[in-house]
Design a protein around this ligand. Structure first.
Ligand code: SF4
Length: 210
């Protein structure tokens, strides 16, 4: 692991989330901070990259889309598990803040300030197609790319991957689920996490437009 410096323009702020899957019996979500996506330079290389920051850091610094931001961070210890390019961020600064009045807009994607972790946790989420996540939904505060752990052989081995989710209103016109994720388990092959099961359960507290 190496400490690097980065600077760039904030293009998206999404919750940094975890998912633990076991066959089709369990899909447990955790909310551990934010992934800040930037266009800029990291470790001397111009590129688009993501930096994981804590909830407290975001509450203190208050990054917004279109800010010019900078900081330090570390390269990943577990690249197969961590979606962000860098984590353990520090020295965070809004170099050129976007001080325009916050505008939620009348249509998605929703670009306002992201809520706290408790709110994401309460809302719950639905599976979102990867093409939506990387396309029209990318700037939305309700989009997330989760670090997923699959209990492949109980107590003996796990698999890791990344899955996209939406915490936004169920009525959002941009929403597409895409294919049901397949959940592998030793001796069973891959079992589909069917639409309508976990998504309904995870978002049961919310109505159609919430
Ligand atoms: S589908 Fe979800 S993530 Fe995409 S724009 Fe709508 S609310 Fe945002």
């Amino acid at each position: 692991m190496v400490k690097i410096s980065w600077q760039g323009t904030v293009i998206s702020i999404q919750p940094r989330t975890t998912v633990w899957r076991y066959k089709v019996d369990n899909r447990t979500h955790g909310h551990v901070g934010y992934n800040i996506f930037l266009d800029g330079e990291a470790d001397g290389v111009k590129k688009r990259f993501a930096v994981a920051i804590s909830e407290k850091q975001q509450q203190t610094v208050g990054f917004r889309i279109s800010d010019e931001a900078k900081g330090t961070a570390w390269t990943k210890k577990y690249p197969q598990w961590e979606f962000a390019d860098f984590y353990r961020a520090g020295g965070l600064k809004r170099v050129l803040p976007n001080d325009e009045p916050a505008d939620e807009g009348a249509a998605p994607p929703w670009l306002g300030a992201p809520p706290d972790m408790e709110t994401y946790d309460w809302r719950g989420c639905r599976v979102l197609s990867k093409s939506c996540w990387s396309g029209k939904c990318f700037k939305c505060k309700w989009a997330a790319m989760a670090n997923v752990t699959i209990e492949y052989d109980w107590g003996k081995s796990q698999k890791f991957r990344f899955e996209s989710f939406c915490y936004g209103p169920k009525s959002c016109k941009l929403y597409k689920m895409g294919k049901s994720p397949m959940v592998p388990y030793k001796g069973y092959g891959s079992i589909p996490d069917e639409h309508g099961g976990f998504d309904d359960l995870c978002t049961e507290r919310r109505g159609w437009d919430d």
